[in-house]
Design a protein around this ligand. Structure first.
Ligand code: ZN
Ligand code: ZN
Length: 247
């Protein structure tokens, strides 16, 4: 009977043989890989974005010595159009297998990936300044109905437990439905999110140091617009943390 000592694992292996699940990145049939929907070999390729990066928006600098003589040197785009957030960190490049994992997590209801994404994020977290509250970038209610959950909230909830910083919800609202930033040109992205956000009860954020959590940093416009709305409503400095960044 010893081979039946762990029925769920046995059953899982049996089901994998009958109905093989393929790795979401390389399509290899999965056997007993620990991360659901991805093989261990693909998952092992996840590497944090290497330094140096822009100290404001996290954009990687091409030269490894960019910050040696002036550690506060910001990238061209931050100098040209200073973002409303004080600093943003992105942990991983938006590429395989994370790209497919985020798509599964976001659009295919694979919430079980949250645990594995958080396990990857925790060791890659930066040293954060003092933060009073965490806030997920909100979804418009219409999109939330279609998707049933906000992927940024799932990440923010787990990070709040890990960092022991409270989560503040239903304060920053998305009041205008917008098309995904990834489907737009650079110029369209800048205007797509204007007046898309609002603060419900400003007294809850007065002077608060806020860390916004989102899944992907595309151009930084989402974090910028959220931070602008929060600062206007009287918050303290606003920071941003994203799982991935488009390079
Ligand atoms: Zn794979
Ligand atoms: Zn920058």
């Amino acid at each position: 009977m010893t081979q039946f000592s762990s029925p769920p694992s046995f059953l899982r292996k049996f089901l994998h043989v009958v109905f093989p699940t393929l790795c979401g990145s390389c399509q290899t049939p999965l056997w007993d890989d620990p991360v659901p929907f991805f093989c261990q070999a693909c998952w092992n390729t996840l590497e944090p974005i290497p330094s140096p990066v822009c100290p404001r928006c996290g954009r990687p600098f091409a030269s490894p010595i960019s910050l040696d003589h002036s550690p506060t040197h910001e990238c061209g785009s931050c100098r040209k159009r200073p973002p409303a957030f004080s600093q943003a960190w992105s942990l991983f490049p938006y590429q395989s297998p994370l790209k497919e994992a985020i798509a599964s997590f976001k659009y295919r209801g694979r919430r079980s990936l949250t645990t594995y994404l958080i396990q990857a994020m925790v060791p890659a977290l930066p040293i954060l300044p003092v933060i009073d509250v965490l806030m997920p970038v909100p979804l418009h209610p219409q999109r939330l109905r279609e998707r049933e959950y906000n992927q940024s909230l799932l990440l923010a909830h787990r990070l709040s437990q890990h960092l022991q910083i409270p989560l503040l919800l239903s304060c920053l609202l998305r009041i205008r439905p917008t098309v995904p930033q990834t489907s737009l040109s650079k110029n369209e992205r800048l205007t797509n999110l204007r007046r898309a956000f609002a603060v419900d009860d400003a007294s809850r954020i007065t002077g608060k140091r806020i860390l916004l959590i989102d899944d992907v940093f595309t151009t930084g416009t989402t974090l910028h617009e959220c931070a602008k709305t929060l600062r206007k409503a009287g918050s303290g400095p606003v920071y941003g943390l994203t799982l991935a960044r488009m390079l």
